[in-house]
Design a protein around this ligand. Structure first.
Ligand code: NAP
Length: 258
């Protein structure tokens, strides 16, 4: 058995789709998950779980595993692992591709939302926009919102939140995809008047935006962090597979059809 040729940095639906596609075409690949959620949706094929130990750890992994190419298919807001991948791949001379789903900046409703450059700005924008907040920006962003002045904050996260939360906060745990009907019901039930989200993009969590528009709920969207400079980028699995097929570092053994 040969080792993996492609390392997929994952934790997203796109990463799982890429793993399935590479498996289908007979390309040995391994998916890497951060290990943050207790019961992750596993990609097909080989999987490793846990951080690498920063840039040096990832560089060491690239050397010892014999991986010849890396696709960074992590979430658009997972900026640390993307930065690590850019530096480690450059140091080791391993080709790197960024696969990130398109954002919502071209969404038909995008002009109706308040776009902000970070989480502190999202707090201020949400305070201005309403008093009953639906916070969907993820567990790791909650600390930025702890001091928000709002009568009620509904937090939706995939994993339970550890430790006590501020008074007036309520938590629901669930994992998308969500429907417009479900989102409408949730917004109504909790009399939400402002929704805070990251520009995650994609369709899995998009329904809340439609429901918010229907109900006149204001929307605050946090812009994506900048991607590391100089890393080629695609926004779909098809182009990522094409990139791999053209990648000189991937040998004929990985591409029996060539
Ligand atoms: P992050 O801040 O960029 O990464 C923090 C650390 O977690 C990294 O430095 C790395 O540890 C480790 N890590 C992250 N992704 C990894 C991966 N795929 N494989 C191995 N180690 C990984 O990332 P995050 O925002 O906490 O997200 C963690 C994971 O959840 C990502 O894989 C991402 O795709 C997924 N996810 C994130 C979001 C989000 O909103 N941020 C949403 C959905 C899914 P070392 O430095 O030790 O290598």
């Amino acid at each position: 058995m040969t080792g993996p040729d492609v390392l997929i940095l994952g934790g997203t639906a796109e990463a799982r789709a890429l793993a399935a596609e590479l498996e289908r075409t007979g390309v040995p690949a391994i998916s890497s998950l951060a290990g943050r959620v207790a019961d992750p949706v596993r990609p097909v094929g080989q999987v490793r779980i846990g951080g690498f130990g920063g840039v040096d750890g990832l560089a060491g992994y690239l050397r010892s595993s014999g991986v010849r190419a890396v696709v960074d298919a992590t979430h658009p807001f997972a900026a640390r692992i993307s930065a690590s991948a850019a530096r480690a791949c450059a140091a080791e001379g391993v080709p790197l591709l960024r696969l990130a789903r398109p954002g919502w900046s071209t969404h038909p409703l995008a002009d109706t939302w308040r776009w902000v450059g970070g989480f502190p700005a999202a707090v201020a924008a949400a305070e201005e926009a309403g008093n009953r907040v639906f916070l969907t920006s993820g567990r790791t962003t909650l600390s930025a919102f702890r001091s928000i002045r709002a009568a009620f904050v509904l937090v939706r996260v995939v994993e339970p939140v550890a430790g006590p939360l501020p008074a007036g906060w309520s938590v629901i745990t669930s994992r998308g995809p969500y429907t417009v009907d479900g989102e409408r019901t949730l917004l109504r039930e909790h009399r939400i008047d402002v929704l805070v989200t990251k520009d995650s993009g994609g369709t899995m969590t998009e329904a809340k935006l439609t429901a918010a528009d229907e109900l006149g709920v204001r929307v605050v969207v946090v812009r994506r962090p900048d991607a590391p400079a100089g890393v080629p980028s695609v926004d779909g699995v098809g182009p990522a597979v094409q990139w791999a097929a053209r990648c000189p570092a991937l040998s004929a053994r990985a591409w029996p059809d060539r």
